[in-house]
Design a protein around this ligand. Structure first.
Ligand code: C2O
Ligand code: CU
Length: 469
């Protein structure tokens, strides 16, 4: 990946229009009734002064922000004006199985010109998102993604609430999206990295802030493969939620706010000043690949002399608590990829050597099986209404954001050590050659996807079906 280009584009971005979505006061009415989302080709100003052909919902990148309250029924019709089939998946929302948007598993693909009506209740407060689940590597990366915010019951008082949809794009010299989706090198390594970092669909300009201000910042990583590790130099953000689920407020471990593909992090950031000062927000997840994402620039006027001191925590999530004593135990092993040493695996029902797999574009396996489509026989069978403990073991040389549909998962151990704090997630960033153990109550019946959320990995075999029956 060409990092000088990433940096070059960022430097040239000072004149971009403000891409910061302000969520406004918490009293903003929730979106009422039904709506349509049209998926279609469109144009977006990712870089100042030039337009890029994208695919978008309602011609916006990111797609329209959907706001809801707990208990509200969302009624959303997808209209497909793309040149290929698509579906909509409501990432992290605990929807009924037929509304989950997985082609061949929960619904037929929505053909060009077709429609599909999704109806489900918002059950859990938090930051969620939506994206296609058909040819995701291409469709999501061309711009199809949007955010759902389900209002908290008792949100902390803040001066401003901001949303940053983090993405990276692989653009050529004309600012066009490079059309090499499905590249086997990307698929067998870290996935599709871009060269242009955007926030809310544009290379970000400076963010004006005021001394004394308290901001809630919702981060959503919609990149295919890029992992963000944000360093808010000079500031001390507190994490208040992961993947929408509240955690006791705490500084990000290691000082970096890490957001893997598909993950969300909610932060409270106090802005102590001084007036007129400038601070860099630097993405330094990858060693030797750090770059400045944007600058926080203090205005000359302070908002208040003393920072707020009110508590910032959210109410603890109300999710079904797994019974660890009685839980059924399972293991999920991820193998394959470059430097992974995979020699063969089961594919289309028979043992298949790695060369033949690679010719079919498949390089990853889950429990020794390479998925072909989304409708494999279940790799895991979870008894409905029961507690389950799943150990995820990553035997590969790459990190994988592991996503289970339909159920939040509680992280109980990482690398064999008990987790420091109770954390609920829907997407777990599993480090190279490491393991993590999660627990859940299987309370949502149906057949659900479990997959790596780097779609290049997913489409190259790193997915499985989990039945809850
Ligand atoms: Cu966000 Cu199976 O996806
Ligand atoms: Cu992966």
């Amino acid at each position: 990946m060409n990092l000088s280009r990433r940096q070059f584009l960022l430097c040239g971005a000072a004149l971009a229009t403000a891409p910061i979505i302000e969520l406004g006061a918490a009293s903003t009415p929730a979106s009422e009734g039904s709506r349509t989302l049209v998926a279609a080709p469109a144009r977006a100003r990712l870089l100042a002064g030039t337009e890029t052909e994208v695919w978008a919902y309602d011609a916006q990148v990111p797609g329209p922000l959907i706001r809801a309250r707990v208990g509200e029924l969302l009624d959303i019709t997808l209209e497909n004006q793309l040149p290929q089939p698509t579906t909509l998946h409501w990432h992290g929302m605990r929807v009924p199985n037929p509304m989950d948007g997985v082609p061949y598993l929960t619904q037929a693909p929505v053909e060009p010109g077709g429609r599909f009506r999704y109806r489900f209740a918002a059950r859990t407060p938090g930051t969620f998102w939506y994206h296609p689940h058909f040819r995701t590597a291409e469709q999501q990366d061309r711009g199809l993604h949007g955010v759902i915010v389900v209002a908290d019951d008792a949100p902390p008082m803040v001066d401003r609430e901001l949303l940053w949809v983090l993405d990276d794009w692989r653009l050529d010299g004309q600012a066009s999206i490079v059309d090499d989706f499905g590249d086997l090198h990307d698929a067998s390594h870290q996935g599709r990295f871009g060269n242009t970092a955007t926030i809310n669909g544009a290379v970000p300009p400076d963010l004006p802030v005021r001394a004394g201000e308290r901001i809630r910042l919702r981060l959503v990583n919609v990149a295919n493969a890029w992992i963000y590790g944000l360093d808010f130099s000079g500031h001390a953000p507190l994490v208040i939620a992961y993947d929408g689920h509240a955690v006791p407020p705490h500084p990000p471990p290691g000082g970096l706010v890490v957001v893997g593909p598909a993950q969300r992090v909610d932060l409270i950031i106090d802005l102590p000043g001084p007036r007129g000062a400038r601070f860099e927000v630097v993405d330094r997840f990858y060693r030797n690949r750090s770059y400045k994402l944007l600058d926080l620039v203090y205005t000359e006027e302070a908002l208040r002399a003393q920072p707020l001191t009110a508590p910032v925590g959210l109410p603890a999530p109300s999710l079904p608590e797994p019974d660890l004593e009685r839980a059924e135990r399972h293991q999920v092993r991820f193998t394959g990829g470059a430097m992974g040493g995979l020699e063969s695996a089961r594919f289309r029902g028979r043992n298949t050597g790695i060369r033949e797999l690679a010719r079919a574009g498949k390089v990853w396996a889950i429990n020794g099986v390479v998925a072909d489509r989304n409708d494999e026989p279940p790799a895991l069978e979870l008894g409905l209404g029961r507690s389950h403990v799943i150990e995820f073991v990553n035997e590969t040389a790459f990190p994988h954001p592991v996503h289970l549909h339909g159920h939040p998962i509680k992280i109980i151990a990482v690398g064999g050590e008990p987790a420091a704090r109770a954390t609920w997630r829907d997407t777990l960033l599993l480090g190279p050659r490491s393991s993590a153990t999660v627990a859940l109550v299987a309370d949502n019946p149906g057949r659900w996807m479990l997959h790596c959320h780097i779609p290049e990995h997913q489409e190259a075999g790193m997915m499985a079906v989990v039945s809850v029956e």
